[in-house]
Design a protein around this ligand. Sequence first.
Ligand code: 8OZ
Length: 367
Amino acid sequence: MSTPTKLFESYKLGPLTLSNRTVMAPLTRNRALAGFVPNPLAVEYYGQRASAGLLITEASQISQQGQGYQDTPGIYSKEQVAGWRNVTDEVHKRGGKIFIQLWHVGRISHVDLQPNRGAPVAPSAIRANAKTFVGGTFADVSEPRALELSELPGIVEDYRKAAANAIAAGFDGVEIHGANGYLLDQFARDGTNKRTDNYGGSIENRARLMLEVAAAVVREIGAERTGIRISPVTPSNDASDSNPQPLFEYIVDQLSALKLVYVHVVEGATGGPRDVAPFDYASLRKRFHGTYIANNGYDLALANQVLAANAADLIAFGKAFIANPDLVERLKAGGPFNEPDKDTFYGGGAKGYTDYPVLGEKLQAAQ
Ligand code: 8OZ
C-alpha cells in the first residue's frame, strides 16, 4: 500500500524540477579505472538510481593533489569528462537529475597518491589521526605540509576548472565538498587551521577559502547550479572546532549572499550519531535563502516529520541508496529494504554495486 507524503512531491531546485524530495547522498565507492576515469559500471549504478529526486555523485577529485584514496574518480582530465558523460546521459535518459561532488582531500591523503610522491597539502602541517585506503589496504595518512599563500589561487582555479568540466560532462550542477574534514573544512575549523595569514585566525579568515571557491564556481557555472555540503560538528577525519555555531552561521550567511542553490548539511557525526554535539541546525535553515538538504540517519518517519515542520526541503539518504536502487519506490511501499553489504562499499566490481535487486527481483548470483 502506498503512503503519499511530502517526500514524494516534486520540487523546484533552481531551474530543475525534481520528481521528488529524496536525494542520493554522495557515496565513495572506489571503482574508478586507470586515469581515475569512472568505471563503465557507474553508468548502470547511477542509472539504476535515477528515480531519486536528485543524485549526487561520489566525491570526485579536482586534481591529483586533491585525491586521498585509491580508485576514486576525477573531474580534471578529458578522459574523466568523457567517462562522466556516459553517466549523465544515462541518468537523464531515465528521467533523473545529477550533480557531481567536487573534492579536494587536503591532508587526508598519502604520498603514494600525490604528484611525485610529495606531501599532501593542508592549512597547517598537522598530521591527522586518520586512515586512508591505498594500495589495497588501510594506511595512516601522510604528514602534510602547509600550503603557501601563493598556492591558494591555484586551488581555487582547480575548482573553477572542475566545475566547467562538470558542465561539459553534462551534469546538472556541482556540489562543493565542504564537509567531513577535507580541505575546505580543514581551513574552516580551528582544530586543523593554525595559520596566521588572511586564511587563519578569525572566522572570516578561516572561511575565506571555502567562500572563494564557492564564488569562483558560481561565476563559472551560475549560482543556480552550485550547491555545497557542510558538516558543522562531524569528527570525521580528525576534524574539530572550538565554536562551530558562529563559524557555520557566518559561512551559511555568506553562501546565502552568493545565492547558492542549496546547502547540504550533515547533521551530527557523518554516518554516525546525530546528537554527537549540540548544534542549532534550524538557525542555518533560517539563515539560508535557498534549498536546505538535510542528511544523516534519516528514515521515512523522520524525513516526513522534518519536511512537515518545514525544517528542510530535501532529504538525502546514503547507505539506503547503496542497497536499494529503487529506494523511492520502496519508501512509498513501506519496504522491504535490502541491507547494505559493508564489505563491498569500497572497491571491487559489480558485486554490491549494480547487483542489488529492485522490488520483486531476486539478487543475481555474485559476479
Ligand atoms: C568514505 C570513504 C572515503 C571517503 C566523505 C568522501 O566522507 C568521503 C568518504 C567517505 O565525504
